[in-house]
Design a protein around this ligand. Structure first.
Ligand code: CTP
Ligand code: MG
Length: 244
């Protein structure tokens, strides 16, 4: 079965602070998006990467990918044996993913959805997700146990203390990462079934709404999401350690 990776990279990165769109910010001199594309192309199973660019940034992202293509005479439009496509994104992650799915050609049966903001995911994690889909799971999510105790709160006015309503048992909670892997038809159905105003913060959440099973496989510490400024410090330290 042929596998494609859709990389939503259209977000602004508000929590990271002012500057270029998050996916285009550099980590040790190379844009985060390029690290993320390389992480997907590192898997031998991934034959196509679809990058969902900031809405007005598709031409810039195309140039960026061509500039960072592997040396060795690869035609523009491919990195070694991995082809890439660039499409403009939407106002939410969910919309951006849908626009990426709409661009998938025939013949792709397994789809990974991977945040550009998780540039350092190791290839073993990617391969583990793909393998679980190949083994028959329609939706597979890499995940780790949570370190912090998590509270559910009642929304409060800004500046007011928030009342706690529940404390879920920590041992049963998992923090989920990407790439999330799907049987293509299941993921398409999940996106088509979305009711306006009832989105989810990840694709697996949409599959859960269909009543289809979602399973977890081990994630990896280095698959953390670059969200706030401190995450940039950590990501650059991980890259420096890899090069050492
Ligand atoms: N994303 C996207 N389209 C959007 C919003 C987000 O493709 N309209 C992508 C981001 O580029 C990122 C991934 O979804 O790779 C995860 O989102 P997140 O970490 O929240 O990134 P941002 O939305 O850019 O950051 P913030 O929420 O801080 O603005
Ligand atoms: Mg966001």
């Amino acid at each position: 079965p042929r596998t494609a990776a859709v990389i939503p990279a259209a977000g602004r990165g508000v929590r990271l602070g002012p500057g270029a769109p998050k996916a285009l910010r550099a980590l040790n001199g190379t844009p985060m998006l390029i690290h993320a594309v390389r992480a997907m192309a590192a898997s031998r199973a991934v034959s196509l990467v679809v990058v969902v660019a900031p809405p007005d940034g598709a031409p810039e992202v195309k140039t960026l990918l061509a500039d960072h293509a592997l040396p060795g005479g690869t035609p523009s439009g491919s990195w070694g044996s991995t082809d890439f496509l660039v499409v403009p994104g939407g106002a939410t992650r969910q919309e951006s993913v849908k626009l990426g799915l709409d661009a998938l050609p025939q013949g792709i049966d397994i789809v990974l959805v991977h945040d550009a903001a998780r540039p350092l995911v190791p290839v073993d994690t990617v391969d583990g997700v793909i393998e679980a889909v190949r083994d028959g799971a329609p939706a597979v999510v890499p995940a780790l146990p949570v370190a912090d105790t998590v509270k559910e709160v009642e929304p409060a006015a800004p500046g007011e203390p928030e009342p706690v309503v529940a404390t879920p048992e920590r041992a049963r909670l998992r923090a989920v990462q990407t790439p999330q892997g799907f049987d293509r038809a299941t993921l398409l159905r999940a996106h088509e079934a979305v009711v306006v105003g009832e989105g989810a913060t990840d694709c697996a959440g949409l599959v859960e709404r269909l009543g289809e099973p979602v399973v977890l496989v081990p994630g990896h510490e280095e698959a953390f999401k670059v969200t706030r400024p401190l995450d940039l410090v950590l990501a650059e330290a991980v890259l420096a350690r890899r090069r050492a």
